[in-house]
Every structure is written in structure tokens, then in C-alpha cells.
Design a binder for this molecule. Structure first.
Ligand SMILES: C[S@@+](CC[C@H](N)C(=O)[O-])C[C@H]1O[C@@H](n2cnc3c(N)ncnc32)[C@H](O)[C@@H]1O
Length: 228
């Protein structure tokens, strides 16, 4: 039984689902995960917590914010694919304002119910770029959005993000690493496992003044940091 069936009672996603940008089908998948999402995040044995990857994201994000305390405390944070607001619960107090964007209304309903301070919620497809017209102190995205959507859309999202960062700002995305042991890749089939160097090269090519990959080189989930 796939993890998707085990946890959410739905089959593994079709390999072409994200690349085809069938937004209605993508929304249905995520809506069906919303009710269980927070309890799964709290469950140490859930696949989401494999390798402590989600907690690692939060710790790294907090370090990056501390280095830019002044910019962040007076600036705006954008969370792409914010889901139930788990990331913004951790980070919103460190910014003047936050924006959480998701395509799933069910996920956003849970997020809104948390009354997270100074946060605006938007039901939108992040690849449409509606959020990228303004300069933000930080852009975060946890939940391997890049690996769901593959090379071409990863490049698009990186380009939008670089354009949307204020001077001194940063972005943090987690992704599935192609350098992870093969045996761990069965946890999430039909996803894009990126070569970290490829992501760094793309980010630089797309205008990021500094791009690095952090995290354990053997880990399944690693972190792309973009700087402006
Ligand atoms: C793996 S979940 C992560 C949720 C949250 N960031 C967290 O860490 O708990 C991915 C989220 O991205 C959202 N998502 C997927 N594709 C999206 C898109 N094109 N635009 C906006 N949100 C999207 C899903 O609805 C889902 O809530």
C-alpha cells in the first residue's frame, strides 16, 4: 500500500498530474488531506517527519531570519503552499506581516481558524505569480513544492521568487535530493529528485546573487536557500 493510501485513503498521484497543471485534480488531492494534515505533522512516525526534515526546515528558517532581524521585523513574509498554516504559526511573529498562499480551500480553512497574527490568506496558484509583484523580506515554502512540479515549474518559481525578494532578503525551499540513497526514494515516488548543483546553477542563472543547498548531503529532503 502506498503512503498516500495509508495516510489519506487516496492512491499515489499520477506521474503527470503536476506537470500537466491539472489544477482541479491537484486541488482535490490536497483538499482530501486537509483534515488530517495537522495531526500527521504532530505524529513522529508519519512520513512527513522522516529524517526530521520538517523540523529542520523551521530551525534553518529561524537562523536565516535571525541574521536579517531588522529587515524581517519590518518586512513581509510569503509562504508558498502554506497548507494549514503550520509554518506561519512558527514565523509570523518574526515579521511585520505575512501572506499565506494555497490552492486548497480546505487547507486554508484550517489555517484561517488559527487566527495567526497579521496574516493574510490567499486562495491562489503560486505559479500564477500574483504574489511576486512586490518585494518581500522572505519567501518560504515547506512541503517539497519544487519536487511536486518538476524542472520547468521549479525554474519558474525560482525566477518569480528571486524577482520578489527585497535587497538582503532570502528564500527557503525544501526539495527531494537526487543524492539521497535510492532506498529512501520509494517514500515519494513520481516526484522530481533534484541534483543540488543543478538547482544552484539554475538559481544563479535566474538572477539570485547567492544560492546554496543546506542539510545533510545524504538526506532525502534538503534545503535550497536563495539570496538577493
Ligand atoms: C506538502 S503540503 C505543505 C503544507 C505546509 N507548507 C506545511 O509545511 O505544512 C503542500 C501544500 O502546497 C499546496 N499547493 C500545491 N500546489 C500548489 C499551487 N500550485 N499553488 C499554491 N499552493 C499549492 C497544497 O494545497 C498543500 O497545502
Amino acid at each position: 500500500m502506498s503512503l498516500s493510501e495509508k495516510y489519506y485513503g487516496i492512491p499515489e498521484s499520477d506521474p503527470d498530474l503536476y506537470a500537466s497543471r491539472d489544477i482541479d485534480a491537484i486541488v482535490r488531492r490536497w483538499n482530501s488531506k486537509a483534515a488530517r494534515w495537522d495531526s500527521d505533522l504532530e505524529n513522529a512516525t508519519c512520513h512527513l517527519n522522516h529524517d526530521d526534515a520538517y523540523r529542520g526546515f523551521v530551525e534553518l528558517g529561524k537562523r536565516l531570519i535571525l541574521d536579517r532581524h531588522r529587515l524581517c521585523s519590518s518586512g513581509c513574509l510569503v509562504d508558498l503552499g502554506c497548507g494549514t498554516g503550520a509554518v506561519l504559526t512558527e514565523f509570523s511573529t518574526l515579521f511585520d506581516k505575512s501572506i499565506g498562499i494555497d490552492i486548497s480551500q480546505e487547507m486554508l480553512n484550517v489555517a484561517v481558524s488559527k487566527s495567526i497574527r497579521n496574516t493574510e490568506w490567499r486562495l491562489d496558484d503560486v505559479f500564477e505569480g500574483g504574489w511576486s509583484g512586490r518585494r518581500h523580506a522572505a519567501v518560504l515554502s515547506r512541503g517539497i513544492l519544487l519536487s511536486h512540479y518538476g524542472d520547468e515549474l521549479a525554474r519558474l518559481l525560482i525566477a518569480q521568487t528571486v524577482k520578489a525578494l527585497a535587497p538582503g532578503g532570502f528564500a527557503l525551499f525544501d526539495f527531494l535530493s537526487g543524492e539521497a540513497p535510492e532506498a529512501t526514494k520509494i517514500l515519494a515516488p513520481n516526484k522530481t529528485y533534484f541534483c543540488p548543483h543543478w538547482l544552484i546553477d539554475q538559481a544563479k542563472h535566474l538572477g539570485s546573487s547567492g544560492a546554496v543547498v543546506a542539510g545533510n548531503p545524504n538526506a532525502r529532503v534538503r534545503y535550497l536557500i536563495l539570496k538577493n
